[in-house]
Design a protein around this ligand. Structure first.
Ligand code: FAD
Length: 303
């Protein structure tokens, strides 16, 4: 069996595996897609000490760093189940089983998509999901934020300080954000908020986004909004569906951990975007991966 088995090969899982392997204990990673969300990222400008890089390049560096150590790297395998007996048993989609004394869950999350024409085509070419990451790319331009919940209104306030103008499009007739955020957004001269606005298509020039089509749900009229960027803020879904009956999750499905990364099941730790940690970023998920590995090591030396 492994001493530490990491489920997930994004920045959190890679950091956890490196920290565990450096303790000289038997470490493995099992991941569906090594690199995780970083593989889908173009420009990365907030990974501190690296002024600018690209997702696939950072993933290659992550993989090289992991393979500097004696880590069993098992990729293109999905985990379907986790059970604790004497050891912790992890069952793969293909029926295979892996056993470990401690497990670190780092299965990440995925942005909920609008599912409209053009969204996939212009992903990373104007369609964005992370204002902290991509906001500065739209300096001086007009952008839209899709979604009027807390993350959408926070994004609008954040972006208003960088871009020329922000239009928020909310599907329903009310904003679901906290009143204090709505008030703040409404006070900003370069923020327009529209409710009952259904985004129907992302429009581009073949290279980049140039606008979006939306329908006014009160009268059915179609409109074109001229924007260079579209920030989709309709939810981040943790990859934890398979853990629903195993561990304590928040109502949004995020894994609850303590400060050491320990979950509600002894010996099972979690890190990165799949946890209830409030900010979802590469540098933050790496830090929590390191914490979870040290937490797991502390657990193992007490067994
Ligand atoms: P993830 O990166 O989501 O990795 C999860 C891993 O778990 C993957 O290997 C996946 O295959 C695996 N996995 C999931 N379920 C299973 C399963 N059942 N069995 C086995 N394996 C499984 N952050 C920044 O700091 N700067 C940026 O510029 C930036 N830009 C971004 C741009 C885009 C388009 C996106 C989507 C995100 C961006 N982020 C950025 C956010 C950042 O990518 C995430 O915060 C970070 O990748 C989270 O790391 P993680 O290891 O927790 O999860």
């Amino acid at each position: 069996p492994f001493d530490v088995l990491v489920v997930g090969g994004g920045p959190a899982g890679a950091a956890a595996a490196i920290y565990a392997a450096r303790k000289g204990i038997r470490t493995g990673i099992v991941a569906d897609r090594f690199g995780g969300q970083v593989l889908d990222t173009m420009a990365i400008e907030n990974f501190i000490s690296v002024s600018a890089t690209e997702g696939p390049k950072l993933v290659a560096n992550l993989e090289q760093h992991v393979l500097d150590y004696d880590v069993d790297l098992i990729t293109t395998q999905r985990v379907a189940k986790l059970e604790k007996h004497d050891l912790i048993e992890v069952t793969l989609d293909n029926g295979g089983q892996l056993k470990s004394k401690a497990v670190i869950l780092a299965t990440g999350a995925r942005w909920r998509e609008m599912n409209v024409p053009g969204e996939q085509l212009y992903r990373g070419k104007g369609v964005a999901y992370c204002p902290h990451c991509d906001g500065p790319l739209f300096k001086g331009k007009r952008v839209a934020v899709i979604g009027g919940g807390n993350s959408g209104i926070e994004a609008a306030i954040d972006l208003a300080g960088i871009v020329e103008h922000v239009t928020v499009l909310e599907f329903s007739d009310t904003l679901r954000a906290d009143a204090v955020l709505i008030k703040k957004a409404q006070s900003l001269a370069n923020v327009t908020i529209m409710t009952q606005a259904m985004t129907t298509e992302v429009i581009g020039d073949g290279q980049r986004v140039i606008g979006l089509n939306y329908k006014n749900r009160t009268n059915g009229d179609a409109h074109l909004l001229d924007v260079a960027g579209i920030f989709v803020q309709i939810g981040l879904v943790p990859n934890s569906e398979w853990l629903r009956d195993t561990l304590e999750l928040t109502e949004r499905g995020e894994i609850v951990t303590d400060a050491h990364g320990q979950t509600s099941l002894a010996g099972v730790f979690a890190a990165g975007d799949v946890t209830h940690s409030p900010y979802k970023q590469i540098i933050i998920s790496m830090g929590s991966g390191a914490s979870a590995a040290l937490g797991a090591f502390d657990y193992l030396i007490r067994q």
